[in-house]
Design a protein around this ligand. Structure first.
Ligand code: NAD
Ligand code: MG
Length: 400
């Protein structure tokens, strides 16, 4: 809250898993928050319901046709929300002077431009869209700093680390006495599946995550552990960490959401139920703690807390991300992200196998090795080129 005024929030990707969890938290605190804009890509009926409930000033959809369908529905319900459409409209609502804060919860690189617009306008950014940092980490962090924006991590691991770091952390882990940041990973649904069965894994099985309810793309990424790989790169930028300062440990219960290891041997962990409303409420409430609607953790009901090292043979996507992280090559993480987005989409559509996910990314990384890109234009061009090569890979696989 800025003074006594409620925070006016734009939610990019309002109809998704994070968007809905955000609105659930907001609805518990009507005195603290107002909704400025809600955006969606496909689920127009769901967006209509949300507009009727939260009465935003603007709603943004993808196309003119969707916009007129939604506008008619809202007029029939006597809701005054103005409907806009297209990529520029996403940027417009993210940077509007009337909005204080932006929840960046679009999935994939499609979320980059509006998140960047919010950063340029110096907004408070609640960042769920990790792909923004994977595609353009250096540029995004620089834009945040130059424009006085405030970046708060929503991703549960990064939010946990943020909570376990000193409150005045200024971007120097060594100075803060930190030895390393430990990202926990559930290991997903295939942690113990026989490797011989991996090729037959179906999309339905891959999106059935044991602990978290999430969108389809991140669910597949969790099953392949590409998600943890993307999160390593996300952590690298958020906390100014080197590859050596980042660890991954598998913790199947997802009770510890991540940890900070200090040089004196202390390890600080943030724990809770696996429910994204916890990190969302933490970001939205800062500096206060606010109710999230999540039940308290009952330690007496926990079966135990287990930990194991990730197996990079079982999870080659994590290995690829490690290699990209260690290379320190900015264009490589853009390549990895674009190839992975095409691969996941193809897998969800039954065009390639689960075991092909890593192959698509690997072959794109090889195809574009040595390529460099640093401006937003160069990164978006590279992103488009990688998608094209990845689609060719998918088409050739689908034809066999
Ligand atoms: P989701 O698929 O449930 O929702 C995605 C949202 O983005 C929807 O509102 C959709 O309409 C919108 N969208 C999709 N494509 C778009 C496009 N091309 N242009 C504009 N809008 C588009 O996804 P989610 O699980 O809510 O994840 C959102 C982001 O948050 C992802 O980057 C994900 O990695 C991150 N995240 C999610 C979780 C989780 O628990 N779901 C946890 C941590 C981080
Ligand atoms: Mg996460």
């Amino acid at each position: 809250m800025n003074g006594c005024n409620p925070t006016s929030i734009t939610i990019l990707g309002a109809t998704g898993s994070i968007g809905l969890s955000t609105l659930d938290v907001i609805a518990r605190h009507p005195e603290r928050f107002t909704v400025f804009a809600l955006t969606a890509y496909q689920q127009i009926d769901r967006l209509a319901e949300l507009c009727i409930r939260f009465q935003p000033v603007y709603a943004v959809v993808a196309s003119a046709t969707q916009a007129s369908v939604l506008q008619v529905q809202l007029q029939a319900a006597a809701v005054a929300t103005e409907v806009l459409f297209g990529e520029q409209a996403l940027c417009d609502v993210a940077q509007a002077s009337e909005t204080d804060a932006v929840m960046a919860a679009i999935v994939g690189a499609a979320g980059l431009k509006p998140a960047l617009a919010a950063a340029k306008a110096g907004k408070i950014i609640y960042l769920a869209n990790k792909e923004t940092l994977v595609v353009a980490g250096a540029l995004f962090m620089q834009t945040v700093q130059q424009n006085g924006a405030r970046l708060l991590p929503v991703d549960s691991e990064h939010n946990a680390i943020f909570q376990a770091l000193p409150a005045d952390y200024q971007g120097d882990l060594k100075q803060a006495g930190v030895a390393s940041l430990i990202l926990t990973a559930s290991g997903g649904p295939f942690l113990h599946t026989a490797l011989a069965d991996f090729a037959a894994i179906t999309p339905e099985a891959a999106i059935r995550h044991p602990n978290w309810q999430m969108g389809r793309k991140i669910s597949v990424d969790s099953a392949s552990m590409m998600n943890k790989g993307l999160e390593l790169i996300e952590a690298r930028w958020l906390f100014n960490a080197t590859a050596k300062q980042l660890e991954v440990v598998i913790h199947p219960q997802s009770v510890i959401h991540s940890m900070v290891r200090y040089i004196d041997g202390s390890v600080l962990a943030q724990m809770g139920e696996p429910d994204m409303r916890i990190p969302i409420a933490h970001c939205l409430g800062l500096p206060a703690r606010i109710e999230s609607g999540v039940k308290q953790l009952d330690f007496t009901r926990l079966s135990g807390l287990n930990f194991l090292a990730p197996d990079l043979v079982r999870f080659p996507c994590l290995k690829l991300a490690y290699d990209v992280l260690h290379s320190g090559h900015a264009a490589s993480s853009c390549i990895l992200n674009a190839a992975n987005e095409i691969a996941v989409d193809a897998f969800l559509n039954g065009l390639i196998r689960f075991t092909d996910l890593a192959s698509v990314s690997d072959s794109c990384l090889q195809h574009f090795s040595g390529q460099s890109a640093s401006s937003i234009e160069e990164l978006l061009l590279l992103d488009a080129q990688v998608r094209s090569i990845a689609r060719t890979w998918v088409a050739s696989r689908a034809a066999t």
